[in-house]
Design a protein around this ligand. Structure first.
Ligand SMILES: [Zn+2]
Length: 263
C-alpha cells in the first residue's frame, strides 16, 4: 500500500491521494487556496524566511549539498553564502553544541508513514523518529506569542503555526503503524540575532488529544472538497482569494471600520 518515497512525497499525485499535515492546515486557513494548491493552480510564494528554515532542515536531513544546487539564490554573485544563510549555518553550529538537542535530532531521518484518520488517507514524514518519540525540527523567528487575526487572540507560537495539529496527526499515524502512542516533541530553534534561542518542547498529551479530535472532525469535509463534492469556502483575505476576487457590490466605509477596529 505504501509506495511513497522521499522523492515523490510531495508529488501532485500523492498530494491528491493523501492528506498531509501542511495540507490539512492549509485547508483550515483557506479551503479555496488549499484546493487551488492541490490542483496546481496556485503556488504559495517561497519567502526568504521559509527558505532559511528549509536550509536548516536540509542540513539535518543530510541533503544540504543538493539543496544548495537547487537553490542558487542562497549565494551571492561572488559565490559566497548570503548573510542570512551564513546565519543559518551559525544556527546549525549553535544547536550542534548542545548534546541533548542533537540526541533528539539523531533518530531515523525523514521516516514516512501512511494511515487513515476518520477514513481519510494521511501521509506523514517524520524529521527524527525514535522508537520512544517523534521529533520535528522547527526553525522559527522567535518564541514570542503571535496575533491570530481570525480568532482575535494572541497565541503561543506553537498553536499559531498549528504544530499541535501536526503533532496529533503524526502521533496517530505512527500509532496505527507501530501500535505505540509516542511523545511528540518540537526541536525548536529561533533565527534571532546575534544568538538563536532553542528548546526541546514536549507537546502535552491532552493538547494532542484535543487537536486529534479537531482533525477527526474536519478531515472528512476537506476530503470531500478534494473530491469535488463540496464547494470550498473562500477566506477572502489570502493572496489566492485576492487574485481571484470579483467585485459584486460596493461596500460601506463604516462597515470596513468595524472590521478594522477588531485589530
Ligand atoms: Zn483565501
Amino acid at each position: 500500500m505504501n509506495n511513497i518515497t522521499s522523492e515523490n512525497y510531495f508529488s501532485s499525485e500523492n498530494n491528491l491521494k493523501y492528506m498531509g499535515s501542511s495540507q490539512f492546515k492549509a485547508f483550515q486557513k483557506c479551503e479555496a487556496a488549499a484546493l487551488a494548491e492541490i490542483n496546481e493552480e496556485y503556488v504559495r510564494p517561497m519567502s526568504d524566511a521559509l527558505l532559511i528554515g528549509s536550509f536548516v532542515d536540509a542540513y539535518f536531513e543530510g541533503t544540504l549539498d543538493s539543496f544548495k544546487e537547487n537553490h542558487p539564490e542562497v549565494f551571492t554573485q561572488k559565490g559566497t553564502l548570503k548573510s542570512q544563510y551564513q546565519h543559518a549555518e551559525y544556527i546549525i553550529q549553535r544547536v550542534e553544541r548542545d548534546p541533548k538537542f542533537m540526541l533528539y535530532m539523531s533518530g531515523e531521518k525523514q521516516k514516512i508513514f501512511t494511515g487513515k484518520i476518520s477514513g481519510v488517507p494521511f501521509k506523514i514524514k517524520v524529521d527524527s523518529y525514535h522508537p520512544e518519540c517523534i521529533v520535528d525540527l522547527k526553525c522559527i523567528k522567535d518564541f514570542k506569542s503571535k496575533w491570530n487575526d481570525s480568532k482575535g487572540i494572541k497565541e503561543n507560537f506553537a498553536f499559531y503555526w498549528g504544530y499541535h495539529i501536526q503533532g496529533a496527526i503524526y502521533r496517530e499515524i505512527v500509532r496505527q503503524n507501530t501500535g505505540n502512542t509516542l511523545n511528540f516533541l518540537l526541536a525548536a530553534v529561533t533565527k534571532e540575532k546575534p544568538e538563536p534561542d532553542f528548546d526541546l518542547i514536549n507537546v502535552d498529551e491532552n493538547i494532542l488529544d484535543e487537536a486529534l479530535d479537531e482533525v477527526k472532525s474536519l478531515a472528512p469535509r476537506f476530503q470531500k472538497i478534494k473530491n469535488g463534492e463540496i464547494i470550498p469556502q473562500r477566506c477572502g483575505k489570502c493572496p489566492w482569494c485576492r487574485r481571484t476576487k470579483v467585485l459584486s457590490k460596493t461596500v460601506n466605509l463604516s462597515d470596513l471600520c468595524e472590521v478594522y477596529e477588531v485589530e
